[in-house]
Design a protein. Sequence first.
Length: 124
Amino acid sequence: MDLQIILILIVVGLLAGLFSGMFGVGGGVIMVPLMVFALGYTQHQAQGTSLAVLAVPVTFLAAYTYHKTGENPINFKYALIIAVCFVLGGYFGTKLAISISESLLKKIFSILLILVAIKMFFSK
């Protein structure tokens, strides 16, 4: 691994962490496009790597920091229900993602990002 790749990985990680912490978005929303364009990863490689990065310690630290402020405490009951369903959805989503073509997967991911951006832009 050369220095340029290491620097790109550092920038990808810092930007994903920064935006995830600031906006509550999954780091994958930031990491996947950056890995595809900056590192030349395939869509499948980028998504798999993103999932590997977003393991428990990263999300736990971010959630703990939000909860610690006390201003808007996390509803852990809701979080638990969502987490269980997230695991199931993640399993089936991964099975689906690896069964479709790279091109179709990239298009679906792009459309999702566009729809989320439009919704956020026009919401109050």
